[in-house]
Design a protein around this ligand. Structure first.
Ligand SMILES: [Zn+2]
Length: 129
Protein backbone atom coordinates (compact mmCIF):
# COMPACT_ATOMS: atom_id res chain seq x y z
CA UNK A 1 0.00 0.00 0.00
CA UNK A 2 1.32 3.37 -0.99
CA UNK A 3 0.57 6.40 1.08
CA UNK A 4 0.74 9.56 -0.94
CA UNK A 5 1.46 12.60 1.17
CA UNK A 6 0.20 15.85 -0.16
CA UNK A 7 2.83 18.43 0.64
CA UNK A 8 2.34 20.85 -2.19
CA UNK A 9 0.19 23.76 -1.13
CA UNK A 10 -1.05 24.39 -4.64
CA UNK A 11 -2.31 20.84 -4.89
CA UNK A 12 -4.30 21.27 -1.68
CA UNK A 13 -5.82 24.42 -3.11
CA UNK A 14 -6.60 22.54 -6.33
CA UNK A 15 -8.51 19.92 -4.30
CA UNK A 16 -10.27 22.59 -2.30
CA UNK A 17 -11.31 24.36 -5.53
CA UNK A 18 -12.53 21.07 -7.03
CA UNK A 19 -14.74 20.49 -4.00
CA UNK A 20 -16.41 23.78 -4.97
CA UNK A 21 -16.69 22.53 -8.60
CA UNK A 22 -13.93 24.87 -9.76
CA UNK A 23 -10.62 24.24 -11.48
CA UNK A 24 -7.60 26.03 -10.09
CA UNK A 25 -5.40 27.19 -12.94
CA UNK A 26 -2.27 29.24 -13.45
CA UNK A 27 -2.23 32.41 -15.42
CA UNK A 28 1.19 33.50 -16.65
CA UNK A 29 2.10 36.84 -15.11
CA UNK A 30 4.06 37.75 -18.22
CA UNK A 31 1.89 36.77 -21.18
CA UNK A 32 -1.45 35.86 -19.61
CA UNK A 33 -1.50 32.30 -20.94
CA UNK A 34 -3.76 29.98 -18.92
CA UNK A 35 -2.47 26.58 -17.83
CA UNK A 36 -3.17 23.84 -15.35
CA UNK A 37 -1.73 24.37 -11.90
CA UNK A 38 0.62 21.42 -12.47
CA UNK A 39 2.61 23.34 -15.08
CA UNK A 40 5.80 24.84 -13.64
CA UNK A 41 6.81 27.04 -16.56
CA UNK A 42 4.64 28.89 -19.02
CA UNK A 43 3.95 26.81 -22.13
CA UNK A 44 4.15 29.93 -24.28
CA UNK A 45 6.91 32.14 -22.91
CA UNK A 46 8.67 29.88 -20.34
CA UNK A 47 8.18 32.37 -17.52
CA UNK A 48 7.88 30.84 -14.06
CA UNK A 49 5.61 33.36 -12.40
CA UNK A 50 1.89 32.76 -12.21
CA UNK A 51 -1.29 34.11 -10.72
CA UNK A 52 -3.91 31.67 -9.49
CA UNK A 53 -7.20 31.83 -11.27
CA UNK A 54 -10.30 29.75 -10.71
CA UNK A 55 -12.06 28.40 -13.77
CA UNK A 56 -15.61 27.20 -13.87
CA UNK A 57 -15.36 23.40 -13.58
CA UNK A 58 -17.21 22.72 -16.81
CA UNK A 59 -16.07 21.74 -20.26
CA UNK A 60 -16.44 19.48 -23.26
CA UNK A 61 -14.97 16.05 -23.86
CA UNK A 62 -11.90 16.06 -26.12
CA UNK A 63 -10.94 12.42 -25.79
CA UNK A 64 -11.27 9.61 -23.30
CA UNK A 65 -10.42 6.03 -22.52
CA UNK A 66 -12.99 3.62 -21.15
CA UNK A 67 -11.72 1.18 -18.56
CA UNK A 68 -14.13 -1.73 -18.37
CA UNK A 69 -12.02 -3.72 -15.95
CA UNK A 70 -11.08 -1.64 -12.98
CA UNK A 71 -7.39 -1.88 -12.08
CA UNK A 72 -6.20 -2.22 -8.52
CA UNK A 73 -7.36 0.68 -6.43
CA UNK A 74 -10.37 1.32 -8.65
CA UNK A 75 -12.47 -1.67 -7.59
CA UNK A 76 -15.13 0.61 -6.19
CA UNK A 77 -15.50 2.47 -9.46
CA UNK A 78 -16.74 -0.23 -11.83
CA UNK A 79 -16.61 0.89 -15.45
CA UNK A 80 -15.33 4.41 -15.85
CA UNK A 81 -13.77 6.74 -18.37
CA UNK A 82 -10.60 8.78 -18.11
CA UNK A 83 -11.68 11.97 -19.77
CA UNK A 84 -9.63 14.79 -21.24
CA UNK A 85 -11.84 17.84 -21.47
CA UNK A 86 -11.44 21.39 -22.64
CA UNK A 87 -12.46 23.85 -19.96
CA UNK A 88 -15.19 26.16 -21.23
CA UNK A 89 -14.06 29.57 -22.54
CA UNK A 90 -10.37 28.66 -22.22
CA UNK A 91 -7.78 26.61 -24.09
CA UNK A 92 -6.99 24.68 -20.91
CA UNK A 93 -7.26 20.91 -21.08
CA UNK A 94 -7.78 19.00 -17.87
CA UNK A 95 -8.34 15.33 -17.18
CA UNK A 96 -10.63 13.57 -14.80
CA UNK A 97 -12.50 10.48 -13.95
CA UNK A 98 -16.11 9.81 -14.97
CA UNK A 99 -17.67 6.74 -13.34
CA UNK A 100 -20.44 4.67 -14.89
CA UNK A 101 -19.38 4.85 -18.54
CA UNK A 102 -19.40 1.46 -20.25
CA UNK A 103 -19.61 2.19 -23.97
CA UNK A 104 -18.49 5.03 -26.26
CA UNK A 105 -22.16 5.73 -27.10
CA UNK A 106 -22.60 6.96 -23.55
CA UNK A 107 -19.95 9.61 -23.92
CA UNK A 108 -19.66 11.24 -27.35
CA UNK A 109 -16.71 13.54 -28.01
CA UNK A 110 -17.93 17.08 -27.45
CA UNK A 111 -20.29 16.03 -24.65
CA UNK A 112 -20.52 18.46 -21.76
CA UNK A 113 -18.99 17.41 -18.45
CA UNK A 114 -18.52 19.20 -15.19
CA UNK A 115 -16.45 18.82 -12.08
CA UNK A 116 -18.32 17.13 -9.29
CA UNK A 117 -15.56 17.00 -6.74
CA UNK A 118 -12.18 15.50 -6.00
CA UNK A 119 -11.57 11.87 -5.18
CA UNK A 120 -8.49 11.31 -3.05
CA UNK A 121 -7.70 8.07 -4.92
CA UNK A 122 -8.72 8.89 -8.46
CA UNK A 123 -8.36 12.66 -8.87
CA UNK A 124 -10.83 15.03 -10.44
CA UNK A 125 -14.30 13.49 -10.32
CA UNK A 126 -16.57 14.39 -13.23
CA UNK A 127 -20.21 14.03 -14.09
CA UNK A 128 -22.12 14.46 -17.32
CA UNK A 129 -23.53 17.96 -17.50
ZN1 LIG B 1 3.75 33.18 -20.46
Amino acid sequence: MTVVEVKHGTHERFIEAASRKKILAHKCSKCGHLMLETVMFCEKCSAGKFEDVELEGAGTVVTYTIQAVAPEGFEDAGSYAWVVFKVNNTSVRASGFLPGVKTPAELPVGAAVRVKGFDAKHGLLLEKA
